[in-house]
Design a protein around this ligand. Structure first.
Ligand code: S3P
Length: 437
């Protein structure tokens, strides 16, 4: 199964334009919400990467018909026909969310209200990630849902049925938990109100409103009324994934001969924390043509070779860059002085333990990184040295280590490089193009 390590040598220059793939979070939501809307919809620039394909396969097993017209590795047009929320059917087999937390948690919320049995499982990584955060509030809503290990781990078994709205104050800022409860709340009797410690990505809220749901913001809380009629199908174009662009922002800032343009990148303020952090570190990044496409902010970005300095990243702001911490750690490894990243304990339960994995793998390349229970302390060094390292099957770690390899001296041999296919199948192709630019 496992492939030979991918060898990365620092390119002489990193120059050119990249069109990053469609946003992963938005692609999942566009598929799931349209699958339960009343009628056909087309989603342009859908991300046909492993995680989103897992969502599509689950939807097919639930009786939703769709087709995917691909152009290249990472662009596709998704056409699907929803038959309303009542159009979902019991799957004949367990639903396999594979590596995708978004698939498992959002479907758990959706299926909690459907009058049939669902079992949702996933790969070894996903089966070790915390599910109690959705199981417990869904139970409070009246769902019959259980899991392994005291209901904290998948596979999840759901006997769907009537739900009631609740008020839930989530202990973690998680868009997956929030979205699961919104999907359940659409089917509940009475209103559902949600609060979270910091504002997580709001793609579900934007899309639900565009599809006709009655969802309001009241102070820091969200208030959702149950559906009175099915959601209206939404044709949309998925913006480029800021979390994919993030790797090029770091690579471009660190490489001594770089200028990279990134067009049509999602610029939702709940996602762009890395841009602010890199700018504070001194990165030369320009933002132009800010606009709104299909209810989501989009912009063009350009990054040039920069001299970076260490910063402190902490508090509620970390939720805006939570997926970008491995990439930020690479930037910090070569910045002047110390970078402290705190309050990111959530990273321990992502596709890998990203605190430990980032620290251990970057140390192999000569970085001075200390792992702490809730973050990282990084002392910048003058140079990284290419070395064997391992993604541990985590797509974001694979790409962060690839960026480190692009700016290290000598060759880096990255095991588990194929993990990029989870969110960015064309990553290596884009690296080759920029390197010959
Ligand atoms: C996501 C939410 C975040 C994020 C993940 C995608 C989503 O996870 O880290 O990559 O699409 O809702 P949490 O909800 O666990 O914070």
């Amino acid at each position: 199964m496992s492939q030979p390590p991918r060898r990365i040598s620092p390119p002489l220059r990193l120059r050119g334009a990249v069109i990053v793939p469609g946003d992963k979070s938005i692609s999942h939501r566009a598929a799931i919400l349209n699958a339960v809307a009343a009628g056909p919809a087309t989603v342009e620039n859908f991300l046909p990467a492993d995680d989103c394909l897992a969502t599509l396969d689950c939807l097919r097993a639930l009786g939703v018909s769709w087709s995917l017209e691909r152009s290249g590795d990472e662009r596709a047009r998704l056409s699907l026909t929803g038959r309303g929320i009542g159009g979902l059917r019991e799957s004949a087999d367990a639903l396999d969310a594979r590596n995708s937390g978004t698939t498992m948690r959002l479907l758990a919320g959706l299926l909690a209200g459907r009058p049939f049995l669902s079992i949702i499982t996933g790969d070894e990584s996903l089966r070790s990630r915390p599910m109690g955060r959705v199981v417990l509030p869904l139970r409070e809503m009246g769902a019959q849902i259980s899991g392994r290990d005291g209901d904290s781990l998948a596979p999840l078994t759901i006997q769907g049925g009537p739900l009631r709205g609740i008020h839930h104050r989530s202990p973690v800022a998680s868009a997956q938990v929030k979205s699961a409860l919104l999907l359940a709340g659409l089917q509940a009797e009475g209103e559902t109100t949600l609060e979270e410690p910091a504002r997580s990505r709001d793609h579900t809220e934007r899309m639900l409103r565009a599809m006709g749901a009655d969802l309001r913001e009241e102070g820091d809380a969200l208030r959702l009324s149950p559906l009175r009629q099915d959601l209206t199908p939404l044709n949309l174009r998925v913006p480029g994934d800021f979390s994919a662009a993030a790797f090029w922002l770091v690579a471009g800032a660190l490489h001594p001969d770089a200028e990279i343009s990134l067009s049509d990148v999602g610029f939702n303020p709940t996602r762009t924390g890395l841009l602010d952090a890199l700018r504070e570190m001194g990165a030369d990044i320009t933002v132009s043509s800010e606009r709104v496409i299909g209810g989501e902010p989009v912009a063009d970005l350009r990054v040039r070779s920069s001299k970076l300095k260490g910063i402190v990243v902490e508090g509620p702001a970390v939720v805006r860059l939570i997926d970008e911490v491995p990439a930020l750690a690479v930037a910090a490894a070569l910045a002047r002085g110390r970078t402290v990243i705190r309050d990111v304990g959530e990273l321990r339960v992502k596709e890998s333990d990203r605190i430990l994995a980032t620290a251990q793998e970057l140390r192999k390349l000569g970085a001075r990184v200390e792992d702490r229970p809730d973050g990282l302390i990084i002392e910048g060094v003058g140079a990284l040295q290419g070395a064997p390292c391992d993604s541990r099957g985590d797509h974001r770690l694979a790409m962060a280590l690839a960026v480190a390899g692009m700016v290290a001296q000598g060759e880096t041999a990255l095991s588990g490089a194929e993990a990029v296919s989870i969110s960015y199948p064309g990553f290596w192709q884009h690296l080759a193009e920029l390197g010959s630019g």
